[in-house]
Design a protein around this ligand. Structure first.
Ligand SMILES: [Zn+2]
Length: 436
């Protein structure tokens, strides 16, 4: 599994005499490296085009494409990389990452460019600096995290009195989860992979999008045939159960809804106040006048974010407790079957994504099924009828009399292996189905 965490950098760079180099000088150098990265990328695209034209001419003459190695005596990205060997200041492994990624990008979009559905790639000046995985060295000293990052090549380092090809930064870690990740990278539990370094214009700071990977826990205890069906429902935002079990996991959605209502009513009153607001907010346009309102929207988003984390975590713990090797959910992309769900879709999508990540981290397989009739089908006898749903929250099978909470019934259906195929078959045969 591959993931990314953003970490801000504070320059702590010293020259070979141990003198601190000003951050302005470090910034200047990094911008120069960005500039060179841009130049390398744009030239790489140029070389790729030249080779691609040559290659199609060759095809016209010979009826087959030439082998890169025979013509260039390298692969295309090796050939391009060789062209940049001695005319830039980038650390050589980073330089080859840059060319390799650019050649890959060219190859991926070549057919679209020829078709005309994409324009020729051209890189702007704020290019991320590619960092080879071996270019990043993290340290923990005196309660602080540092990174020594290989950024310049040897000749640059020598010319400019650097102690090495590395520049030293203090890491500015914003939250606990980021710190946990850094600690795991340090203990080699997580492996750092190729990452990007960028400049944040607003914060006026450099940061790395640190990529790291880990192999998901192989959880030997889990039963790969035991499926936890998870319904993102109406009465409960989350309802999960194992087929045939009365026991279930539910989340009562009142929490988010109440918070939203409370906050929205405040939002309304602030909007009204906007007309006669205080001095400080007058005369700076509507954006400023209603500023507190935007903060409130942020507040709801943050609340939802932390609620979704909490719910997904609790759900995964339930799955682990039940030894479920599989979590099955409905595929919510493009859902239209019921307007109420559709409106909530975007928050659900975030919740589903979090569940997926956490499941995979714990070695639980995550499966999506087509959301068709899972809420109208009786999970006990398989009878499909719109009339089975007496209200949004209540399910009563008109055939066998099975009665329960509607979200629980849906989760029972979703906990059946290949339920979407089964329902398709049932609809085809039509025997146990009443569609209105
Ligand atoms: Zn039934």
């Amino acid at each position: 599994m591959n993931k990314v965490v953003r970490v801000y950098l504070i320059s702590e760079h010293k020259d070979k005499n141990g003198e601190l180099v000003s951050y302005q000088d470090v910034n200047k150098l990094l911008w120069e490296l960005q500039n060179q990265t841009r130049m390398i990328k744009n030239k790489t695209i140029q070389y790729c085009w030249e080779y691609s034209n040559f290659s199609s001419d060759y095809y016209k003459q010979h009826g087959s494409y030439p082998s890169e190695k025979e013509i260039l005596s390298y692969t295309l990205d090796g050939y391009v990389n060789d062209k940049f060997k001695n005319n830039n200041d980038l650390y050589s492994a980073n330089c080859s990452s840059t060319t390799r990624n650019t050649v890959k990008e060219f190859k991926n979009s070549k057919s679209d460019i020829i078709k005309g559905t994409k324009s020729i790639i051209s890189y702007k000046s704020d290019q991320p600096l590619s960092l080879h995985n071996k270019s990043i060295h993290i340290e923990y000293i005196g309660g602080q995290y540092f990174a020594n990052i290989n950024l310049v090549n040897r000749s640059y380092a020598k010319e400019h009195d650097f102690a090495s090809t590395m520049i030293r930064f203090k890491l500015w870690i914003r939250d606990n989860s980021a710190e946990t990740i850094i600690q795991r990278c340090l203990s080699n539990e997580y492996k750092i992979s190729e990452s990007d370094m960028l400049y944040d214009r607003k914060k006026k700071m450099w940061y790395i999008n640190l990529c790291y990977s880990f192999s998901p826990n192989k959880n030997e205890l889990l039963d790969s045939s035991k499926i936890l069906g998870v319904d993102l429902g109406v009465a409960y935002p989350l309802c999960a159960s194992v087929y045939g079990e009365y026991d279930r996991f539910t989340v009562h959605g009142g929490e988010i809804e109440n918070f939203r209502k409370k906050v929205e009513s405040r939002k309304l009153s602030i909007l009204k106040q906007g007309k006669n607001c205080g001095e400080g907010r007058i005369g700076h346009g509507i954006q400023c006048r209603n500023k507190p309102v935007y903060n409130i929207s942020d507040k709801i988003a943050r609340f939802r974010e932390s609620a979704n984390h909490k719910y997904s975590k609790a759900l995964i713990n339930y799955a682990l407790k039940k030894n479920c090797g599989v979590i099955q959910m409905e595929d919510l992309t493009g859902i239209t079957k019921d307007a109420n769900r559709f409106l909530k879709n975007w928050t659900y999508y975030d919740l589903q994504t979090k569940i997926k990540y956490k499941a995979e981290e714990n070695g639980i397989k995550f499966k999506l099924i087509k959301p068709q009739y899972t809420s109208q089908r009786c999970s006990k006898c398989g009878y499909i009828d719109k009339g089975n749903r007496t209200t949004q929250a209540h399910f009563l099978c008109l055939k066998c009399g099975f009665e329960c909470n509607a979200d629980y019934n849906a989760s029972q259906n979703i906990s059946i292996e290949d339920i979407d195929l089964i329902i398709e078959q049932e609809l085809k045969s039509g025997a146990n189905v009443k569609l209105t």
